[in-house]
Ligand binder design. Structure first.
Ligand code: GLN
Length: 538
């Protein structure tokens, strides 16, 4: 039976519960415990797949094709375990299960209520998510005090009551604001947040206090007195120079030892070396590499979370210090592509919709013509195909049917449209948005003698997808005998997965998202090579 560590957040959102859960889980995994992680999200969407990246940041895709919260990306990167459909539970999913059961008559005539039906469903999903684990880390999204997180908090309260003592533990991550004029750390919001938790029957076992600096004993005593949390269980969660420093900071305060004691688990030897090595290497990286990210969601860096992290991992791998310049593709016009010339490498990331597409096409053309290393991801690959078709093959109005359903040359289109196109009638028939994309890990064959093969060193690779549109098979022949090689494909050459340019220092684009499988310790073959060439060529 797994032990459960529940992580809640107080005072404000975005305190870093995800990084906290990931860091603690990593410490226990390194000690040799089997860990699992789960994120409970109180919103009504079935999954974040339909949410705008501006609101919710990146949608992280799991191997089994779930569209999930970006925290799951942190979990995979920090802990090195694979998340699944069960690892992210939204209120929408819980309610849809409950309503389905009600329609099937499974509640045998009862009045279906939040307690016990919704809470029972949540508890059963929590248990499902912890299968096979010694310790399960369960992060409750939102902030304590929100109306919508109440059923989730009630469920973890019930679990605590139902389980043996020392099988559950509550960690509350809270904020200690600093009033700068008087240089005073304020504990009142934390006191209130814990009061709120206690009013619904949850007494936190551990408090992690976010703030600029470490907190002293005086503050700890005060917090302890007002929250009924033992002084030894009040820890600092001070700002760190990099998120990868957090496991070390927690280790230094012996939070993991305290948890082991509380959960009455055997004391396995602690290991922190991989994090120390990685962060030391990160700090020593001085040779600058400047990468431009030309996309649509550049105002919120969280929109490209996994991508940013993958570029960082690859930079550390190459002993370079990464600077990402986020460029709104709408700002790239025919007359100003020169501003791309200061970049050592260009990434055109994934995206949806028409806005800024022309700027991305100009960017891909600039990188191709001026020999600037280019990495296109998902939409970034589709953009490369459109650009090449227009400017090299001379198909001036080539486009994706996502952007122009009447294009005479739908080089990118829905697979269902390929036949319509041959018959001369395109429809554009997406009726349902959520969960209808090509999702999750799929196999891709690599052509020997290609750059992709040289980097992956394998015939068959597996990478994760999240898109609807594909390179239109009817056009593949037109690319024969050009510089553009489709070096990765799936099935019987049905779907094109990777393209590269032959007479270019480094130009590669993938239909899949390699950023979902990069890890801090080893990076990812595509990113590692991209950063190396970007640094070497300028
Ligand atoms: N909008 C494109 C599609 O749906 C690309 C998606 C993406 O970049 N993830 O195919």
């Amino acid at each position: 039976m797994a032990r459960y560590i529940f992580i809640t957040g107080g005072v404000v959102s975005s305190l870093g519960k995800g990084i906290t859960a990931a860091s603690l889980a990593s410490l226990f995994k390194l000690r040799g415990y089997k860990v699992s992680l789960q994120k409970l999200d109180p919103y009504i969407n079935l999954d974040p797949g339909t949410m705008s990246p501006f609101q919710h940041g990146e949608v992280f895709v799991t191997e089994d094709g779930a569209e999930t919260d970006l925290d799951l990306g942190h979990y995979e990167r920090f802990v090195g375990i694979t998340m699944s459909q069960n690892s992210n539970v939204t209120a929408g999913r819980v309610y849809s299960h409950v309503i389905k059961k009600e329609r099937e008559g499974k509640y045998l005539g009862s009045t279906v209520q939040v307690i016990p039906h919704v809470t029972d469903e949540i508890k059963s999903l929590i248990k499902k998510g912890s299968k096979g684990a010694d310790i399960s880390f369960v992060e409750v999204g939102g902030t304590v005090g929100d109306i919508e997180s109440l059923p989730f908090l009630e469920s973890i309260r019930q679990l605590n009551m139902e389980m043996q003592e020392s099988h559950t533990l509550f960690i509350h991550l809270t904020l200690l604001p600093l009033v700068e004029v008087t240089n005073e750390i304020k504990t009142k919001p934390t006191q209130h947040s814990v009061k709120e938790l206690r009013s619904i029957g949850i007494q936190p076992d551990i408090l992690l206090c976010r703030g600029k600096d470490k907190i002293n004993d005086h503050i700890k005593n005060k917090i302890s007195l007002f929250t009924n949390v033992h002084k030894d269980a009040v820890f600092s969660a001070q700002d760190a120079s990099t998120i990868y420093q957090i496991p070390i900071e927690y280790k230094n305060q012996k939070i993991d030892d305290y948890i082991l004691k509380k959960l009455k688990l055997p004391h396995k030897k602690s290991v922190i070396k991989p994090w120390v090595n990685f962060t030391n290497k990160l700090r020593k990286c001085k040779r600058k590499v400047k990468i431009g990210m030309v996309g649509k969601y550049v105002e919120l860096a969280d929109s490209y979370k996994s991508l940013n992290e993958s570029l960082l991992h690859a930079s550390v791998h190459n002993n370079t210090s990464l600077e990402i310049k986020f460029i709104d593709s709408e700002d790239i016009k025919k007359t100003n592509t020169k501003k791309l010339s200061e970049l050592q490498g260009i990434v055109v990331p994934g995206g949806f919709g028409n806005r800024g597409v022309n700027g991305k096409i100009l960017t891909a053309q600039y990188a191709r013509v001026n020999n600037i290393p280019y990495l296109g991801i998902c939409l970034g690959m589709q953009i490369s195909v459109i650009e090449f078709a227009r400017n090299v093959l001379g198909l001036k109005k080539a486009n994706s049917t996502e952007f122009d359903i009447n294009t005479p040359h739908p080089v990118i289109s829905l697979v269902t449209e390929w036949e319509d196109y041959k018959k001369g009638k395109l429809k554009g028939n997406i009726k349902q948005m959520g969960g209808t994309m090509r999702l999750g890990a799929q196999k891709c064959n690599l052509i020997k003698s290609s750059l992709a093969y040289a980097l992956y060193k394998k015939n068959i690779i597996t990478e994760r997808h999240r898109h609807r549109y594909e390179v239109n098979n009817s056009y593949i022949n037109k690319f024969n005998d050009t510089d553009l090689l489709f070096s990765g494909y799936s099935g019987n050459k049905d779907l094109m997965e990777i393209l590269e340019l032959k007479n270019h220092p480094w130009y590669l684009a993938s239909q899949f998202h390699p950023e979902f499988t990069s890890s801090p310790m080893s990076g990812h073959p595509l990113f590692n090579s991209f950063i190396k060439i970007a640094y070497d060529t300028k």
